[in-house]
Design a binder for this molecule. Structure first.
Ligand code: FAD
Length: 323
């Protein structure tokens, strides 16, 4: 794809083509907008066995669901480019996106939908199980293991989050164990865990291994404790530094861990730059990331329309005068 410039610019360049970015492209494409989606193929749930809790879908693989979403864009003026956006720069009232394949694209607006990346704690064996037997969210993956023995494995600095999460997980399985990894749970939290029926195991976890029941937790004293799956209260950080590089403001823990701040419509505080999906609303399920992006895209279309009208010839201009 070559460079588009001037009047030939896209209406919107969407950076990030996963649940949020593709839904925004669909909504904008259906509003007769010319859209480019840049994506480098790393959705946050790439290793997940399925996308659960998504209306109308029965456990599709993430790649399959996103592939169908991409195919469905073919009838609109939406271009898809597999490349990483490396830099974004303002150019008058427009923006230029410089990409890893050397291409440069010009747009009236940027919509960032670059998502979050998971930070896995250094528990040996975890990375190989991530998305299949080790997951974060019981709303996404609790139903499949309901009633089975499951564990919430804590790690340094996460204990209170992990304890809260174990209490949540206990709604799916009364056979939930919290592994504290030796960190002390305070009295009030321990009482809540007790009331929720969560067992507390203070032995350090040496490693996680694929096992007959699903995953075995091997503790430092050599015990092997079979679980159907393990839950980890991971932290997420922004997957891309682009929002920071163009000067967007962040809430919470700042550019790396916080959310990009927007108004209700999805407009950041940088002119012409919008944001949608989990980068702006971190707690969202995939379907909610898509829903958020659709809402933002509707507002973005209205913003473009206002600009279209402002720059259109007025009724009194000579070109419009009829005989
Ligand atoms: C293991 C796991 C399992 C999950 N399971 C479920 C589930 O079952 N159900 C559910 O609802 N949710 C699930 N989630 C959450 C789900 O992944 C997110 O809600 C969803 O991916 C958010 O979509 P998004 O579009 O905001 O961001 P992402 O999916 O993270 O997409 C961001 C996209 O932007 C691209 N990108 C980033 N930077 C650039 C750049 N500079 N240039 C070009 N492209 C870029 C990335 O490649 C990626 O494709 C799971 C998460 C994990 C970690």
């Amino acid at each position: 794809m070559g460079q588009r410039s001037g009047a030939d610019a896209y209406d919107v360049v969407v950076v990030g083509g996963s649940f949020a970015g593709l839904q925004a492209a669909l909504t904008l494409g259906r509003a007769c907008r010319r859209v480019l989606v840049l994506d480098d193929g790393a959705p946050r749930n790439a290793t997940a066995v399925a996308v659960n809790n998504f209306l109308g879908q029965r456990r599709p693989r993430p790649a399959d669901l996103l592939g169908t979403a991409r195919e469905a864009l073919a009838e609109y003026a939406v271009d898809l480019v597999s490349a990483r956006a490396l830099a974004l720069e303002p150019s008058g009232r427009r923006w230029r996106a410089h990409c890893s394949d050397g291409s440069v694209h010009v747009a009236r607006r940027l919509l960032l939908a670059t998502g979050l990346a998971e930070e896995l704690p250094p528990i040996p064996g975890l990375a190989a199980l991530w998305g299949t037997l080790a997951v974060a969210c019981p709303h996404c993956h609790g139903w499949e293991v309901r009633g089975e023995p499951v564990a919430q494995v804590g790690f340094r600095g996460s204990l209170d989050r992990s304890a809260q999460r174990a209490i949540l997980v206990s709604r799916w399985s009364a056979r939930t164990t919290l592994f504290t990894q030796g960190d002390a749970v305070d009295g009030a939290r321990r009482e809540q865990l007790h009331r929720a029926g969560v067992l507390v195991d203070d032995r350090p976890v040496e490693r996680l291994e694929r096992g007959e029941a699903g995953v075995d937790i091997v503790t430092a004293d050599g015990a092997r404790l079979p679980q159907r799956s393990v839950f980890i209260a991971t932290r997420q950080r922004q997957q891309s530094a682009l929002a920071r590089s163009v000067g967007c403001s962040f809430s919470g823990d700042g550019p790396e861990y916080g959310a990009v701040m927007t108004d209700e419509a999805g407009r950041t505080d940088v002119a012409g730059v919008w944001a949608a999906g989990t980068m702006a609303n971190p707690a969202l399920l995939a379907v909610a990331a898509a829903g958020h992006a659709a809402t933002v895209a509707v507002a973005l279309h209205a913003d473009l329309l206002a600009e279209d009208l402002a720059s259109a010839p007025s009724a009194s201009s000579p070109a419009q005068t009829s005989v």
